[in-house]
Design a protein around this ligand. Structure first.
Ligand SMILES: NC(=O)c1ccc[n+]([C@@H]2O[C@H](COP(=O)([O-])OP(=O)(O)OC[C@H]3O[C@@H](n4cnc5c(N)ncnc54)[C@H](OP(=O)(O)O)[C@@H]3O)[C@@H](O)[C@H]2O)c1
Length: 308
């Protein structure tokens, strides 16, 4: 039996900088806390600066010597993504980890500030832009990683690059699934381009299975209905966060891999390498998604070999 991978397996992170999006709650807060306890400098990139500040205070209580910073980042507003990236660039000439964790599921609002379907905008497009604006701070850093955060629901996702904003009410779950398939498709293509450019940075993905966070806050009826089943259906945040941590720091992890819970249906359990949907490896689709993401965000991602 393979031993369980736990937070005790997270190596020391001294002198490393980790940017975690959506780090004020749920999985992101847990990931940032564990990294801070291992001495990483963590940047909490969150849309509400008060929530970010109180998360930072909470992390400092459990990791008193940690350097914990905050930056305001609203992924559903590309101007905010640009501001956040600019602030991070001023503070950090090198970034080791970019953990694109923030996400939204079935929100009542349909469109982002820039007019895109909100789940696609938050979960994929905002992170695409953030990666593009920070990548050159990573490409000369050995061991640096971009971690995209997907969901087991990506398995039912279909990318329709010509119709990314599907807004019929009945299409909202499929929009979420599409956004999470986009996360993996983008990370897989990014990894190909990093490899082709002979860059030390790797890109990979992780998902937390079914974890007991507030992710269903926008669908209270479903949340209430499922509450009695939660102990069976969901795992604790501590275990859910391990997939992201493993993708971020396990020395054995390789670019292009996906980490998720090892239990049935990848719902619960300690993290292991799992199979991504075959569709996420469709290179033609990945190229189209990349081009459309550049067009919508106005951020072009050029992966170039760092100057020695
Ligand atoms: N929990 C699960 O069972 C599950 C399953 C599969 C995948 N996931 C994925 O895991 C990741 C973490 O989710 P979670 O379960 O920890 O949910 P959560 O507790 O709801 O946390 C989501 C985080 O994303 C942030 N966020 C939402 N919209 C944002 C925006 N426009 N700009 C910046 N930040 C934004 C939230 O900020 P606010 O606090 O300001 O709203 C919060 O910090 C998400 O990508 C989610 O899709 C979760």
């Amino acid at each position: 039996v393979t031993p369980r991978w736990t937070s005790a397996d997270v190596p020391a992170q001294d002198d490393r900088v980790a940017v975690v999006t959506g780090a004020n709650a749920g999985i992101g807060l847990e990931v940032a806390t564990v990294l801070a306890r291992r001495n990483a400098t963590v940047v909490l990139a969150c849309r509400d600066i008060e929530r970010a500040t109180s998360a930072a205070a909470q992390i400092r209580r459990s990791a008193p010597t940690a350097v914990v910073e905050t930056v305001r980042l609203d992924l559903a507003d590309l101007a905010s993504v640009r501001d956040a990236a600019a602030q991070i660039r001023i503070r950090h000439p090198r970034i080791d980890l970019l953990i694109a964790n923030a996400g939204v599921l079935l929100p009542s609002q349909h469109f982002s500030t820039d007019g895109f379907e909100l789940q696609l905008a938050t979960n994929h497009l905002g992170h695409f832009a953030l990666v593009g604006l920070l990548l050159d701070r990573m490409t000369s850093v050995p061991g640096s990683r971009v971690v995209g955060v997907t969901s087991f629901l990506q398995a039912i996702g279909r990318l329709r690059v010509d119709d990314l904003d599907r807004t019929r009410r009945s299409a909202r779950l499929s929009s979420y699934a599409q956004s999470k398939l986009a996360v993996t498709t983008f990370a897989t293509e990014l990894q190909r381009r990093l490899e082709e450019a002979d860059v030390p940075t790797i890109a990979l993905t992780a998902h937390p299975g079914s974890s007991a966070t507030d992710i269903a806050r926008h669908i209270p009826r479903v949340e209430r209905a499922l509450a009695p089943l939660a102990p069976v259906l969901q795992q604790g945040v501590g275990v859910g966060a391990l997939s992201l941590l493993r993708a971020a720091v396990d020395p054995e992890a390789r670019g292009g891999e996906l980490y998720g819970p090892r239990g049935p249906f990848q719902w619960r359990g300690h993290p292991t390498r799992v199979r991504a949907p075959r569709r996420s490896r469709d290179r033609e689709m990945a190229r189209r998604l990349w081009g459309e993401s550049e067009r919508r965000t106005g951020v072009e991602i050029r992966v170039t070999t760092p100057v020695a």
